[in-house]
Design a protein around this ligand. Structure first.
Ligand code: NAD
Ligand code: ZN
Length: 359
């Protein structure tokens, strides 16, 4: 059986596209008329916040993303929206404006408004029962592919796992490269970590056993764009990175990520590291899996003056190390994509431990 992929049905791309948001939302204001804007709190008081087309009766939620989204945080935000709208009333839309953390937060709120109970009960595959409230994603950082994916990654009481469903996919995305302006200068490391998430998605998809022409077409073009951004500093880097992220997301949507993501989930789970930086830390040690990719990744880091953090696992207890290995080796489809169906014969706990001990 081939996957029947749900994709984002509507996309606006171009500098200044954010100016169209009011017109995009207008025909959707058919119920309570309420729109909920979920904005990265980083933008509080900044020009972007003032540009959001809030109308009387709309709700602006400023959400801090120092920590990646948790199920408890989503439940609290969903309750806040419910209280705001009043009994048995829903907003007509939820709009997320920010990096991957906010894109996932807005997706999760839109799902939890229509699905009863706490969000941790929906961590997994296709557990969501009812369609979400109309939701729009507007990235201000590029790389995760969260703008196109069918998951909203959340840390819950037991595991870090997404709300994976067709209903999770955005109804509309607004890709405005102007929103990436200045990111490379103001937060060069974050720009790099999030961008490398995309680069690594492509390496893992293209080098995996699950690859097919659909995934390859998107992944190869995304790599071309990543090279232009991270090796050449092309003058249209913001446009290119925005499309690289989108295409990278499309590539893994029809294939799978691999060893780096499997190990990075373990590292993040135990050390609390963010997704992008954890991937970069891990990828630097994966020459045996992805020799060409790792070489090029190092050239990208050098070209952009980025130092990869090291010696992070030195002080871990045995129990923490075991947990890290368990979480990583539990990522079965990722290893299967990387090493094939017989991956268990090719990868031992000792090998995984040795890799973590180097980091
Ligand atoms: P992020 O959203 O966590 O943001 C990182 C930092 O950058 C934050 O401090 C944020 O305030 C700041 N920031 C965002 N936009 C900015 C801008 N324009 N200028 C200055 N600062 C800005 O970072 P991310 O790497 O985009 O996202 C990581 C998250 O995405 C993780 O929670 C991860 O689990 C998730 N993720 C989701 C998917 C998916 O398919 N749903 C895929 C990969 C990662
Ligand atoms: Zn990723």
């Amino acid at each position: 059986m081939y996957r029947n992929l749900k994709v984002v049905p509507r996309v606006v791309f171009g500098r200044g596209a954010l100016n169209q948001l009011d017109a995009i939302l207008e025909p959707k204001r058919t119920g309570t008329g309420i729109m909920v804007f979920v904005l990265d709190a980083f933008f509080t008081g900044k020009a972007l916040e003032k540009r959001l087309p809030l109308r009387d009766g709309d709700l602006l939620l400023r959400v801090n993303v120092d920590h990646e989204p948790k199920t408890t945080g989503i439940d609290a935000l969903t309750e806040e929206v419910r209280q705001f709208c009043g009994k048995d009333r829903l907003p007509d839309g939820v709009i997320g404006i920010g990096g991957g953390s906010i894109l996932d937060t807005a997706k999760a709120i839109s799902l939890m408004l229509t699905n009863p109970g706490p969000s941790h009960e929906y961590q997994g595959w296709d557990l969501i029962k009812f369609p979400a409230v109309y939701h729009v994603g507007i990235p201000t950082l590029a790389g995760t592919g969260a703008e196109v994916s069918r998951t909203a990654v959340l840390t819950g009481p037991v595991r870090k796992l997404g709300l994976n469903s067709d209903y999770t996919v955005y109804d509309q995305v607004v890709l405005d490269p102007d929103l990436l302006a200045g990111v490379r200068e103001s937060i060069p490391e974050q720009w790099f970590w999030t961008g490398m998430d995309c680069y690594i998605h492509n390496v893992e998809a293209l080098g995996g056993t699950f690859v097919n022409e659909y995934a390859r077409a998107f992944g190869e073009q995304s790599q071309v764009l990543c090279r232009e951004v991270f090796l050449d500093h092309h003058e249209e880097s913001d446009e290119k990175l925005m499309m690289a992220s989108y295409f990278g997301g499309m590539s893994i949507a029809y294939s799978q990520v691999g060893a780096c993501h499997a190990l990075s989930y373990g590292l993040s789970y135990v050390l609390g590291l963010h997704h992008g930086i954890a991937n970069s830390i891990v990828f630097d040690y994966l020459e045996d899996f992805y020799p060409e990719g790792v070489k090029e990744f190092r050239a990208m880091a050098a070209r952009n003056g980025i130092e990869i953090p090291r010696k992070l696992t030195a002080g871990l207890t045995e129990a923490q190390m075991e947990k890290m290995i368990d979480v990583s080796m539990g990522m079965v489809p990722l290893w299967e994509n990387c090493l094939g169906k017989e991956w268990k014969d090719k990868l031992s706990r000792e090998q995984v431990r040795a890799l973590f001990e180097k980091m």
